[in-house]
Design a protein around this ligand. Structure first.
Ligand SMILES: Cc1cc2nc3c(=O)[nH]c(=O)nc-3n(C[C@H](O)[C@H](O)[C@H](O)COP(=O)(O)O)c2cc1C
Length: 153
C-alpha cells in the first residue's frame, strides 16, 4: 500500500468548554489508534485552530480522515495537501503535539500575517514548512502516555 501524507486544518468547536481536557482526549484517541494503524504525524493547536499532518498507508490515512470528519470536537475541516511520499517525515511521532506561545509566534509570523496561527493564509507547502520549523525548534512534544499530556494550550 503506498504511503501518503495529508495536511488539513480545522477549527475548535465553539461548544468546547474545557480546551485542555478536549486536547487531552483528542491526543488519547489519536495516539493509540495511530499506533494500531501505522500512522505518524503532528498536531498543532493555536488560535482555536488545529493544523495536523498525518502520514501512513493510504487506506489508513483515508480511514482516519473520515473519522476526523465525524468528530464534533472540531469543525470546518479543509485539506491543504494530500500527496504520495516515499518515506515518513514525522516517523518518530505517533502524534507529536505542539501549541503556540513563547518564541513560536515568530514562526506563525513567517507564514501568516498574524502572530498566531491562521491556516486560511497557508498553502500546502507553507503549512508543511511551518510544521518543519516547529520540528527544527524542538517544539514538538512526543506524547507517549497520559502523564505526559501537555497542560498548556
Ligand atoms: C483535531 C483532532 C485530531 C485528531 N487526530 C487523530 C489522529 O491522528 N488519529 C486518530 O485516530 N484519531 C484522531 N482524532 C480522533 C478521531 O476523530 C476519532 O475520534 C478517533 O479516530 C476514534 O474513532 P472511533 O470513533 O472510530 O473510535 C482527532 C480528533 C481531532 C478533533
Amino acid at each position: 500500500m503506498p504511503l501518503v501524507q495529508l495536511i488539513y486544518f480545522s477549527q475548535v468547536n465553539s461548544n468546547t468548554i474545557n480546551l485542555t481536557e478536549t486536547n487531552k482526549s483528542i491526543l488519547n484517541s489519536a495516539i493509540s489508534r495511530n499506533r494500531e494503524f501505522g500512522i505518524t504525524g503532528v498536531l498543532l493547536h493555536n488560535n482555536n485552530y488545529y493544523l495536523q499532518m498525518i502520514e501512513g498507508p493510504r487506506d489508513n490515512v483515508n480511514h482516519i480522515y473520515s473519522r476526523l470528519h465525524q468528530d464534533n470536537r472540531h469543525k470546518n475541516l479543509q485539506i491543504l495537501m494530500f500527496k504520495d511520499i516515499f518515506e515518513r517525515y514525522f516517523k518518530d511521532w505517533s502524534m507529536g503535539w505542539a501549541s503556540g506561545g513563547l518564541e513560536k509566534y515568530k514562526i506563525f509570523y513567517k507564514y501568516c500575517s498574524t502572530q498566531t496561527l491562521n491556516p486560511n493564509e497557508l498553502t500546502g507547502v507553507s503549512a508543511f514548512n511551518l510544521l518543519q520549523d516547529f520540528v527544527n525548534l524542538g517544539a514538538i512534544q512526543n506524547i507517549q502516555k497520559e502523564c505526559e499530556f501537555p497542560y498548556q494550550h
